[in-house]
Write a protein that binds this ligand. Structure first.
Ligand code: PMP
Length: 440
């Protein structure tokens, strides 16, 4: 969760009345875990069990999950649970030994990528993957400069937090980092041109400061920037620009990967571009920590010569068993198609609500990753973060989970497990309608 999200959906002490059990747990958490963590919602939630699209509190109340993309194929999917259980009882060693399942998985995953992307390395988290990716890119290009979108989130290591502007003003961007405006398709007419111009300006500014560009990295659905899915292909100019400057394009698929966007396994495929490096994580193990970096052979060559790579848990036998089961389920349950079909159905539902409720300014997204922009006046497209917060918490009170994002903290972020059904979508739409009526 980025700070930007926390701004739109943060628990603020004293803002709402809490029941005694919740207040006690929050106090204990503060005492034990310290001050850096954040909770979501005005009245934070306590869950003890998950199943499919449902999360359950200690009293057995069910909440419809329209937000979690880690357990992307549904909470506690039995096939993943069984694969982990079985493998952990057989062998849990690391990538310093030969193991057939790692090779089989790598072959299978790479088959979903463009032919040019030939190698897969294993990490434990998305931050870990992006950290490794920039080491590889800097080693290949001999450059240092990094270009990201202005509200991007890429992770928490020292190096990666330096190019995660959504962590907020108190987390410094590196002197080698430049930001470009988000591809705001709601407010900008020619997204492709403007976005490419932004990347070119960033390249020029790096060079002016004597910094050689190493890479442009972006999230395939611009999740923390506000969910920007189109127009299709708008990324191509930016990718060409960074290549012309001698840098690489890294596709961060932590959010948009594994069938999330409904049209293709990976978000970048919607833009017809071929990345030099792809990073992935979150849904890869449906809750088991497994993440990775895929790269073109020539990009990895120099790093491989100089650096020895080992990641104790990354790609261990249990992680690979979980990740393989996830691919089985995506294929076996036809979840790419489900993401596309239910995503469109939800979008239609939100569009129908927008005809009744003027605060819904723009509905966008791909597959089951949707953004709904909340505005105070449609003509001026003025962001309304306070209303977004009320809607998110209103839905929480109706036992439906979503959250928010964007620089102005006014975009509803709707990202249910990709097993979401038509019936689940109807419930979400109906309850959103009720909340909007109540707030109007
Ligand atoms: N990249 C993106 C686009 C992300 O959304 C996140 C996590 N929110 C990360 C990287 C970091 O992943 P992790 O939390 O697994 O380190």
């Amino acid at each position: 969760m980025s700070t930007q999200e926390a701004m739109v959906n943060a628990f603020i002490e004293g803002a709402a009345e809490l029941d005694e059990a919740t207040a006690v747990m929050i106090a204990q958490r503060k005492a034990l875990l310290g001050p850096a963590y954040r909770l979501m919602y005005e009245r934070p939630l306590h869950f003890v069990r998950g199943e499919g699209v449902w999360l359950y509190d200690p009293d057995g109340n069910a909440y419809l999950d329209a937000y979690n993309n880690v357990t992307s194929i549904g909470h506690c999917h039995p096939k993943v649970v069984e694969a982990i259980r079985e493998q952990v009882g057989i062998l849990a060693t690391n990538t310093r030994y030969l193991h057939g399942a790692v090779l089989a998985y790598a072959k299978r995953l790479l088959a979903t990528m463009p032919d040019e992307v030939e190698h897969l390395m294993f990490t434990c988290t998305g931050s870990d993957a992006n950290d490794l990716a920039i080491r590889i890119a800097q080693s290949h290009t001999g450059g240092e400069g990094i270009i990201v979108t202005e509200t991007a989130y890429h992770g928490i290591t020292q190096a990666v937090s330096e190019f995660s502007p959504s962590l907020g003003e108190n987390v410094n961007l590196g002197a080698h980092v430049r930001t470009v405006p988000a591809p705001d398709s709601y407010r900008v007419d020619n997204v492709a041109e403007e976005f490419t111009a932004g990347v070119n300006a960033a390249i020029a500014d790096l060079k002016r400061h004597g910094i050689k560009p190493a890479l442009f990295i972006c999230d395939g659905i611009f999740a923390s920037d506000g969910v920007f899915d189109g127009p299709r292909g708008f990324l191509k100019g930016a990718v060409d620009a960074i290549h012309a400057a001698g840098g690489l394009y890294i596709a961060d698929e932590v959010q948009s990967g594994f069938a999330r966007t409904g049209e293709a396994m990976w978000g970048f495929q919607r833009h017809d571009v071929i990345p030099d490096i792809v990073t992935m994580g979150k849904p890869m193990g449906n809750g088991f920590p497994v993440a990775g970096v895929a790269a073109r052979a020539e990009v990895l060559a120099e790093f491989g010569k100089k650096a020895r790579y080992f990641n104790t848990f990354g790609g261990n036998a249990v992680a690979v068993a979980a990740a393989s089961a996830v691919l089985d389920v995506i294929e076996g349950e036809n979840l790419l198609e489900n993401s596309r079909v239910i995503g469109l159905y939800l979008k239609d539902g939100f569009q129908a609500l927008a005809r009744k409720h003027a605060c819904l300014g723009d509905i966008r997204g791909a597959g089951l990753f949707l953004g709904v922009e909340i505005v105070s006046d449609r003509a001026g497209k003025t962001p309304d973060a306070a209303a977004a917060t009320r809607i998110i918490n209103g839905l929480r009170d109706e036992n439906v989970l979503i959250s928010g994002c964007a620089k102005a903290a006014n975009v509803l972020k709707i990202r249910p497990p990709i097993v979401f059904s038509r019936e689940n979508a109807d419930e979400l739409i109906e309850k959103l309608d009720r909340v909007l009526h109540r707030l109007s």
